[in-house]
Design a protein around this ligand. Structure first.
Ligand SMILES: Cc1cc2nc3c(=O)[nH]c(=O)nc-3n(C[C@H](O)[C@H](O)[C@H](O)COP(=O)(O)O)c2cc1C
Length: 184
């Protein structure tokens, strides 16, 4: 049976802190829905109605594009161990870029990573927990260091150039690059 909450409960926050993987979904009014798996200990609960994750540079910038266009966001955590549980967080998000006062305020809760690009922050309006009986069990084998190694091979200028090139979503929606000057 699914249960809804207006805010994250203490045990749910503890559950989130034990997870190595989360999923983030966003969509614009039209076009393809984005669904991304994320790891690397990048998710933080700021308060029972506010969460954020440190977003890494990638080959696209879908979540940011959709938040700039629409704002809706859904996070999912699911248990892969003995006790089954699926936790969904529903809300509206925005993008916090380096060089902004919000970045200065929020960035310290994260371990800085070479290759990071922005923070995705979300106001959580609804939380749903459900059973997850059909989710298989997995043992956590470890984080990948591939992304860090990938970006260690690049200079900050090369990383910025990569980010500056990401100005459109896969459906052509405009997106302000992570490295854009504050206020853009
Ligand atoms: C170095 C590198 C790392 C990436 N890491 C991820 C990742 O952790 N999760 C993911 O969904 N896509 C990853 N991607 C692929 C795309 O960047 C990503 O699927 C796409 O941009 C989706 O939107 P998002 O960036 O808002 O998640 C990576 C790409 C590159 C080049």
């Amino acid at each position: 049976m699914a249960t809804f909450f207006d805010a994250l409960q203490g045990d749910q926050i503890e559950f989130i802190r034990r997870q190595h993987l989360f999923f983030v979904a966003t969509a614009a009014a039209g076009g393809r829905i984005n669904l991304s798996p994320k790891g690397m200990d990048t998710f933080r609960v700021i308060d029972p109605n506010t969460v954020a994750y440190l977003d890494m540079s990638g080959s696209g910038n879908e979540t940011s594009a959709h938040l700039q266009d629409d704002g809706r966001i859904t996070f999912m955590f699911c248990s892969f161990d003995q006790a089954p549980l699926i936790l969904r967080l529903y809300g509206h998000g925005d993008v916090v870029r380096p060089g902004t006062p919000e970045w200065e305020a929020l960035a310290p809760v994260f371990t800085q990573v070479h290759g990071q690009r922005q923070i995705i922050r979300a106001r959580i309006e609804s939380v749903q927990d459900s059973c997850g009986y059909a989710v298989p069990r997995y043992n956590f084998a470890g984080e990948r260091d591939t992304l860090v190694k990938f970006f260690e091979g690049l200079t900050p200028e090369q990383i910025q150039a990569k980010q500056a090139g990401q100005v459109k979503s896969i459906d052509g929606l405009p997106v302000v690059p992570a490295c854009a000057a504050p206020g853009r």
